[in-house]
Design a protein. Structure first.
Length: 349
């Protein structure tokens, strides 16, 4: 059965069976596709579960499949009593992942190059949904190397401007490409396709974490990359209150995780930011350029949100639970621009 059809098959060779993942005509077999021996197999992988392995990747994809099935049913058949089975919940817990659909799962676990998982099943909608996920995937992947190197540099006992220059230039170039990617999405993503996929992101299975907090829905607000950059540059970061709910997944893949964010937060608290450590004019000018590129990216992001979700102009709630997300993005853009201007002016003194 072809991937592009309303139904497609997912091969879970780890336990030797094939599972119908989800369909578009009301047939939902998701509830039974995670069996008890899947959890037993997961236990057999421990403690190596946190290392790179094809088995772990298959389990992560199975985790994504079960959640997408649930969110599809919650969206298309509201009021149904469908819930994840105990094996699916046990799988999420053993993988160290929340039992809800997240940005990380849709963007980073989704096998976009081999068998992309989508909610939309028509050709145009599926194409647009895959492109939407892929642009976010590429942004996350591009930003990681320079962010990680900048964290390491600021962690040194005596960081110097010579070490910052190549890393800062690489980060600026990555942000320029990120800005281009966001512009590409603004020009090419179908408004109708996004309007049809967004309700799936808004589905709420009604689960809370150990502290009784509601999990945020899948949203770019859950990306750890951009608040990490804010902290490293010394920009005042107005993070979402749900930011601590981000769960780090597979750090070996090379994406910024909450662990990197926490390192950056510790550096900022100890006064080790680009703005405070690298005070020479060249470093300040480079930092200002990075911050200005970041503000331009955020401006395009805000324009994109306004185009694809026009109801956010009057407030609303984002898929990640942020109230008035368009106003939030616009305010963040202005704060980042002001930080860039301050860095530029201090570098000329």
């Amino acid at each position: 059965m072809p991937i592009g059809s309303p139904y497609f098959w997912s091969d879970l060779s780890i336990i030797g069976h094939r599972t119908l993942v989800f369909g578009g005509s009301g047939l939902f077999l998701c509830q039974n596709h995670l069996l008890t021996n899947l959890y037993m197999q997961l236990q057999a992988l421990s403690p190596a579960i946190h290392t790179e392995s094809s088995d772990k990747t298959r389990l992560e994809i199975e985790h994504l499949d079960s959640l997408m099935c649930e969110y599809r049913e919650l969206t298309e058949r509201p009021g149904t009593a469908h819930q994840l089975g105990p094996d699916a919940l046990a799988l999420a817990k053993s993988l160290g992942l929340p039992p809800v659909l997240t940005y990380e799962a849709l963007i980073l676990m989704n096998p976009l190059d081999t068998a992309p998982r989508t909610f939309l099943t028509d050709e145009v909608g599926r194409r647009d949904e895959i492109a939407f996920y892929r642009i976010h995937f590429e942004i996350e992947r591009m930003l990681y190397p320079s962010i990680r190197m900048l964290i390491d540099t600021l962690s040194h006992v005596r960081p110097n401007s010579e070490s910052f220059a190549p890393i800062g230039q690489a980060l600026n170039e990555s942000l320029q490409e990120t800005k281009r990617k966001m512009g590409e999405m603004f020009r090419t993503l179908g408004v109708d396709s996004f309007a049809r996929m967004r309700p799936y992101f808004m589905a709420d299975p009604g689960r809370t974490d150990a502290e009784g907090r509601t999990y945020p829905g899948p949203s770019g607000a859950s990306s750890a990359a951009f608040p990490t950059i804010d902290l490293l540059l010394g920009i005042s970061s107005n993070e979402s209150p749900d930011k601590d709910a981000i769960r780090p997944i597979s750090p070996w893949r090379g994406y910024v995780t909450v662990a990197d964010l926490n390192e950056a937060r510790d550096l900022a608290r100890s006064g080790r930011t680009v703005a405070s450590v690298f005070t020479d004019s060249g470093s300040r000018a480079l930092a200002a350029s990075i911050a200005m590129t970041l503000s331009q990216f955020r401006q395009i992001h805000a324009m994109t949100a306004k185009r694809y979700v026009p109801e956010l102009v009057d407030g609303g709630v984002g898929t990640g639970g942020v109230a008035s997300p368009l106003h939030y993005l616009q305010g963040l853009t202005q704060r980042t621009k002001h930080a860039a201007e301050n860095l530029a002016s201090s570098g000329t003194q």
